[in-house]
Design a protein around this ligand. Structure first.
Ligand code: ADP
Ligand code: ADP
Length: 234
């Protein structure tokens, strides 16, 4: 069965008399292990869809079903649990905690995830090695380049081995070399570890690594097409 199923999903932001239909009637499924890029101009509803996929906001119509569970049937606590157990988030602005070192940022994320087993140090070492940040782990974010900060953010997202990785413009602030490193890691997570990846991007080059591309405009999905599955070598 699909790991993600959106059925006539919609979100309207309301403030007083003003209503913004940010997402309308979105219907699609994503199979486990797929890599899907989400593309569209600014304001087309990509971030809104991302928040709905991550259970960070509630739909105003339709259904968001993750791994067979309809988010609408969960209370806030259950939604948080679902998010922590299944989803890894990567943001354009990294969102690292500035007073903590890279290592502490990753470890605290693992702690918050509520996993019952202790952090697997070997797994962490493997991830930071692949990302080329092992010698940067005792530095604070302000002492790291943007590319290094994003790699820390990726290690933070992957350390829990999430079934689903949601990335919102993960290469938006990065130079080409760092972008490629980020994309390569997402692709390896997808191909070698069968993690399902959904990535919002403005960059057609980045989008082209996906199995499928979901296009959005004016709050609607305007098409879903095959991606190129381009292989990234950083
Ligand atoms: P994208 O990520 O593609 O730029 P968004 O999902 O951020 O698109 O925005 C879709 C529409 O919803 C836009 O018109 C935007 O202004 C509006 N919007 C987004 N967030 C809010 C909010 N919190 N309150 C009101 N309107 C919002
Ligand atoms: P298991 O299910 O037995 O834990 P995994 O397939 O999760 O095995 O992991 C096998 C190895 O790959 C481990 O060393 C683990 O740390 C590493 N690994 C797991 N997920 C990722 C990932 N997304 N990217 C890179 N390495 C990973």
């Amino acid at each position: 069965q699909p790991i993600i199923r959106a059925e006539h999903l919609g979100k309207t932001y309301r403030s007083g008399k003003i209503e913004v239909p940010a997402l309308q009637d979105a219907t699609f499924t994503v199979d486990p292990g797929e890599f899907v890029s989400i593309v569209g101009p600014s304001g087309s509803g990509k971030s809104t869809l991302f928040y709905l996929l991550g259970g960070l906001t509630r739909a105003t119509s339709g259904k968001m079903i993750i791994d067979g569970v309809d988010f609408a049937t969960l209370n806030d606590g259950e939604r948080t649990e679902m998010r922590k157990s299944k989803i890894g988030f990567i943001f354009q602005k990294f969102n690292l905690l500035p007073t903590l070192t890279a290592r502490q940022n990753i470890e605290i994320a693992y702690g918050i995830s509520g996993r019952s087993e202790p952090l697997d140090k070997g797994h962490l070492a493997h991830l930071t090695d692949m990302l080329g940040i092992t010698d940067r782990l005792d530095h604070r974010p302000s002492e790291l380049s943007g590319g290094q900060q994003q790699r820390v953010a990726i290690a933070r997202a992957l350390v829990t081995r999430p079934a689903i990785i949601l990335a919102d413009e993960p290469t938006g602030n990065l130079d080409t070399a760092s972008s490629d490193a980020v994309l390569e890691m997402l692709q390896r997570s997808n191909r070698e570890f069968k993690q399902t990846v959904l990535m919002i991007t403005h960059n057609p080059e980045a989008a082209s690594i996906a199995d499928r591309i979901l296009r959005m405009r004016d709050g609607k999905i305007t098409g879903i097409e095959a991606g190129l599955g381009r292989v990234v070598h950083a």
